[in-house]
Design a protein around this ligand. Sequence first.
Ligand code: NCD
Length: 378
Amino acid sequence: MPSLTGRSLVSTDDLSGDEIVGLLKLSQRMAEAIGFGDGKGPRAPMAPLDRILAAMFYEPSTRTRLSFEAAMLRLGGQVTGFAQSTSSSAAKGESLADSVRTVSGYADAIVIRHPLEGAGRLAARSSNVPVINGGDGAHLHPTPPLTDLFLLQRRKGRIEGLRVGLLGDLRHGRTVHSLAPALARLGAEVVCIAPPQLGMPRPFLKRVAEAAGSLPPEVHRVDEVLHTLDALYVTRIQKERFEEPGGHEDVRGAYRIDRALLSKAPEAMLVMHPLPRVDEIDPAVDDDPRAVYFEQAAGGVPVRMALIAALLGLHDLPKATVSERPLKPLDAATAGDAHCENERCVTVHEPHVAPEFVTFAGDIVCAYCERPVRGGGE
Ligand code: NCD
């Protein structure tokens, strides 16, 4: 039986296609156990589970933290942690590596969110227990894609062959960086829709190309492709991640999903969003049967139950077989005495972390934040 016992989840690339689909199947079992979507609540009380999940949140969060905590509580376990860096020893100058190593002595698994890119990888390397990346700056966020795929599977009955438009701030949006390659690996077609200055960074486009055989189409306006989509995945402008303060002003209001736009969309096209939304989806659309973003968010609980249970070795993964192009291994690369040039990389801020490079989609990239060392970057 396939198993994820003892592993960490930093990137969706850490999972094979079979493992992703196995997790979706386990999520469905969890959904049935907690009565997800039927409004009746859990089928039977969960037996207490003598395991602890630590939530280390250095950045704001509603869905990720609370759905992880709810998932652990639903499994019968316990949770501990902090929701603000100011209430942790980071405020005293402790390194991230030391904090994670310490907390791994208190808990059986850790979920961590941090503003620095590559913090998830560093945390996984510093921990003695499985670490789940709950978002590392503008880099990756691998668990929303699992809930997105879970929703697509439930609503559409398949992932392979679906055409999914990713709309919004694809440059800074960590959920889409993790989702796009995962969709491509499971046989969905990805279409990138973004204002010119917010396009998907090259490394993620190349990751999609590696899985799909060609680069995904990129367009600037949603109405160019709306009629072709099975799902439209909307994201907010990540205003806190612009290099220049106020840099988001130029693109504010560049796209908006409202009733008029949806009247031109296919009847069966799902409107998804990782949430939070700001102003990119008119609340008047919430009643449209195609608007599934709150159901998508609610699915985070059974999916995270499945993930925690699998990493803790409480469940094997149900068997699944996906035909995918195998991911190219990340070979260690030498980049002379180069250091990562990304100012938001964890290696730049954590003095004891030695720079390390790997090959990723044909480029030499930082092993932590995956930013190319020189050229071919954005
Ligand atoms: C996302 C995130 O934190 O990156 N939120 C989430 O986890 N549901 C998306 C966002 O903040 O825009």
